[in-house]
Design a protein. Sequence first.
Length: 146
Amino acid sequence: MTDPTPASEPTSDNAIPGRRALSLPVRWLLMAFAALCVLLGMIGAVVPGMPTTVFILMAAWAAMRSSPRFHAWLHAHPMFGPMLRSWDDGGRVSRRVKWMATLSMSASSAVIVYFTSTPWLAGLALVSMACVLLWLWLRPEPAPPA
């Protein structure tokens, strides 16, 4: 009996159906990117003004494509898991995260306005942050715990 999987394609126990398997170097790069994003997310959890959510979402995206075990660990993590589960449940973002992003961007805006000598560059940064905040505040919120 022959193996139905061609020898040229890497196999994975948890491969996504309908999606071609990634090569080993690409999986390693995605895994390194996921680990870097988790590290930056952890730093962002304690450093004011540095985002956490964006890095953890990018880490989950990369881990989903490179390592099912790492992806499962992220979803089970006590700090990052609820955030990821809310995002998976319709792109929901908690009000706390929205307020933290608003405060961080407000502080960043003040720094930009104070230190930037090029008005159009400051304006571009402020408009970009305003668009991101508008998008963020339009995201649905998770249901309150029962």
